[in-house]
Write a protein that binds this ligand. Structure first.
Ligand SMILES: Cc1ncc(COP(=O)(O)O)c(C=O)c1O
Length: 779
């Protein structure tokens, strides 16, 4: 048993009944078990109906610690006589702690006066005045204890936020992957933002357990006031700011106006015992830390003490609060804490205007910014982004941070590997084999060779080289509206670019198939018939090329189209076209850069949804959750044919850090069942959007699969004239509502929804609610 895996005594009433008499000379008339965390607590009522609390501690607690608690209770009573604190009573021998043995086990006994009254937790709704009073009392206690020292105060308590890192070990007891991710995210924030600053924080003895079960109230006339405090078992020498952090954690769990409560509690605390800037800077993360401790302790306790309900008392509210705080900007809270303590918050970031001016001076205007008033994003967590002003945004656009912003698994994998080794593919290293083995396991057996590159663009460029080399061909088929990357070779094969503003049209070797768009394409409807009609057009082009004695490289196509406006190809379209291309000696390249890795919900890869088997697959964006990686997956034959004598060297492609990121992404998708989440949440999202469509004529079509969704806005459902202006307005207005979404399609009239896969039903509901409001206001 490690030092923190203590055990509470488990005596029964019969064993305890004679103890008050034997050690404290008290005649026990009634004995009842009370809740308690470390000690076993009993309510003792004597013959004169007076109440006491008998605390039975196990021998794991040192006597110095019990004496420490006793001395503090005595001290507080002396210095804060207006409040009540349980006072320890002497044994028959005149000591404050008795030692006894039951069934060969040693126990320590203390008898405390019972503080009459009722608990703050008994109130259904806690008035702000009482939160203020708790802040005041804790401030006063910490002021009294400022210079107090006792040898028993240096003790290890797992609840103490300074011991948070011990919780990392307990994460394994948390069975739910989503919760484990959230907790690990908090640990990561603590490690990076709090840990390096701990040495500048003030330390002293603190009470350390300001929760609503410990504050005692009394009624005085019409008024309820805070009368006192009980349970000194969590006192320890720690960081002073941990005191308000713990109290705020519990207050936020209980309050229905969390910001107001936090402001009041902290303001009253700091009015008595002023906090410093550096303490306020870490306060938010210490609240998260306390939640991590509560929830990991609860998970651990469930494992070792399945029957202990007391320990799990605050588990559900803690979970709710954790989810809520992780969806809020830490900067908002830091500013709130500063203001509550009467300070003006300083700015941690460069000014937005300065950043804008810098861009104008040193970057080409070809690099565009989103939104009329661009965002200055400074942090991310899961599906949320936070700006420098304290605002939070629900990210419904970023399919790069596929498994959530700053996913702890990826961050840890990358940092660990970066600290160990980063080199290139001219050496052997484990990470490459481990990663590629896992990646290839996601593909049909035929696709068993891999090249690792740095982006989706690089992947497509290499795919073209491989195909050109293998076929000796020159001619390539692409689909109108498609985008394949930013390299010269890819602008040439991206109709989205060469047909768009600044584009110079298709080069002679590039042949465009019309977009097989079931909603507004030249052939409509989602049936195989539609696919056949589009495939016939492909056949025409191929026949013409062959008749001109031109040799085909093949087809490069997205498996569900992004930039073209979230277009879902009609059933088995790719399967049919692939057959035609192969017959003509070409290869089939599936661009999975947008939609791969489970986003579509029903399938891990888009080509599977088309029942098609490509020769080359290109991967990018989501593959590294924001770390720049790309990959080309192909057959042995095509990969071997590429070895013409010219070396393929890619300095960064496939480096161990990238491999570590890629592996972490695949593991997280599996462990957190994110493909399944995409399917479930996506279905719900689509259903809600379609409900909205019923009374929103502006919505021409809602289409999607998993968390790849398009909402096409039209001025008229018959004519399908794109509502481009309205779409641009919608994304601006959604931004002001705290939701990020973009537009695409040739007329930029399709709302493009592709959030990180940790997106929830509640997120989807919020999106639909806000979209409904925004569309209504457009009328
Ligand atoms: C379908 C598709 N392929 C390739 C790319 C190029 O990827 P990257 O910009 O990461 O190089 C993109 C980028 O948007 C894309 O959407």
């Amino acid at each position: 048993m490690t030092i923190w895996e203590y055990r509470k005594p488990a005596l029964n009433l019969k064993q305890v009944h004679q103890l008050p008499g034997k050690y404290f000379g008290l005649k026990t008339e009634e004995l009842k078990l009370l809740p308690g965390d470390r000690s076993q607590n009993f309510l003792v009522i004597d013959e004169s109906n007076k109440k006491y609390v008998l605390k039975v501690s196990s021998a794991f607690d040192r006597t110095e610690e019990l004496d420490f608690e006793n001395q503090v209770m005595i001290l507080l009573k002396r210095y804060l006589p207006q409040y009540e604190f349980p006072q320890p009573l002497s044994t028959i021998e005149g000591r404050l702690v008795a030692e006894c043995q039951i069934n060969g086990q040693n126990y320590y006994l203390r008898l405390l006066e019972y503080v009459e009254g009722y608990y703050l937790s008994d109130l259904k709704s806690i008035p702000e005045k009482l939160w203020r009073e708790t802040g005041t009392l804790l401030g006063k206690i910490d002021l009294v204890l400022q210079d107090f020292f006792h040898p028993g105060s240096r003790r290890f308590l797992p609840w103490d936020v300074q011991n948070l890192l011990v919780s990392r070990d307990r994460l394994k007891y948390v069975s739910e992957p989503e919760l484990r991710r959230q907790l690990d995210y908090c640990l990561l924030q603590f490690e990076t933002l709090v840990l390096p600053n701990l040495s500048i924080l003030r330390r002293q003895v603190i009470y350390g357990d300001g929760n609503e079960h410990n504050f005692i109230l009394e009624k005085r006339g019409p008024e309820t006031r805070l009368k006192g405090l009980i349970d000194f078992g969590d006192m320890t020498e720690s960081y002073l700011v941990a005191e308000p952090a713990v109290a705020l954690t519990y207050a936020l769990m209980k309050s229905d106006q969390p910001e107001l409560t936090a402001r009041q509690l902290l303001a009253s605390y700091s009015r008595i015992n002023s906090l410093r800037n550096e303490e306020l800077d870490v306060l938010f993360y210490l609240i998260l830390a306390r939640l991590v401790i509560s929830l990991t302790m609860a998970a651990w306790r469930r494992e070792v003490e399945p029957g202990n309900k007391y320990m799990r008392i605050s588990e559900n509210p803690a979970r709710r609060l954790l989810t809520c705080l992780l969806s809020q900007n830490p900067e908002k809270w830091r500013r709130l804490f500063y203001r509550a303590c009467g300070f003006q918050p300083d700015s941690l970031f460069l000014q937005k205007e300065k950043l804008l001016a810098f861009r104008k001076t040193h970057f080409s205007p070809a690099l565009s910014l989103t939104y009329r008033r661009p965002l200055h994003i400074v942090k991310g967590a899961g599906q949320y982004l936070f700006d420098s002003q304290g605002r939070t945004y629900l990210d419904c656009v970023n399919n790069v941070c596929h498994i959530g912003h700053c996913h702890p698994r990826v961050v840890r994998a990358v940092t660990r590997q970066m600290a160990a080794l980063n080199t290139n593919t001219r050496y052997l290293y484990d990470q490459m084999a481990l990663y590629v083995e896992k990646l290839l396991s996601k593909f049909p057996r035929r696709l068993n060779f891999c090249f690792l590159v740095n982006s989706g663009s690089e992947a497509n460029d290499l795919a073209l080289r491989l195909a050109r080399n293998y076929t000796g061909g020159t001619e390539i088929l692409v689909i109108e509206g498609a985008y394949h990357g930013n390299l010269t070779s890819l602008i040439e094969v991206s109709p989205y670019k060469f047909n768009g503003p600044g584009g110079k049209g298709a080069p002679p070797f590039v042949h465009q198939l019309p977009t097989p768009d079931p909603y507004r394409g030249i052939y409509r409807g989602r049936s195989e018939k539609t696919s056949e009609k589009y495939a016939a057009l492909a056949a025409e082009i191929i026949d013409r090329l062959l008749s001109e004695n031109k040799k085909l490289v093949g087809i490069l196509a997205e498996t569900a189209m992004g930039c073209a406006g979230q277009v879902f190809l009609p059933p088995e379209f790719l399967k049919k076209v692939y057959a035609l291309v192969r017959k003509a000696g070409g290869l089939c390249i599936a661009d999975e850069v947008q939609v791969g890795f489970g986003r579509l919900g029903h399938h891990f890869w888009g080509f599977e949804s088309q029942s098609a088997l490509p020769d080359i697959v290109t991967l990018g964006k989501p593959i590294g959750n924001g770390h720049p990686i790309g990959a080309v997956i192909t057959t042995e034959e095509i990969a071997r044919a590429f070895a013409t004598g010219m070396e393929y060297f890619n300095t960064f492609g496939g480096n161990p850090v990238s491999c570590a990121a890629g592996l972490a992404v695949l593991e997280a998708i599996e462990e957190e069942k994110l493909q399944e989440n995409a399917k479930e949440v996506g279905n719900h999202f689509l259903q809600e959007l379609r409900k909205l469509q019923k009374n929103q004529p502006l919505i021409g079509e809602v289409r999607g699969s998993g968390l790849f969704i398009g909402v096409e806005l039209v001025q008229d459902r018959q004519t399908k004239i794109p509502a481009s202006k309205e779409a641009a307005l919608v994304i601006e207005k959604m931004k002001t509502q705290g939701i990020l979404v973009s537009t695409d399609g040739p007329a930029r009239n399709v709302l493009k929804i592709k959030p990180p896969l940790v997106f929830t039903r509640e997120n989807a509901d919020l999106f639909v609610e806000k979209l409904a409001e925004v569309l209504k206001a457009l009328k």
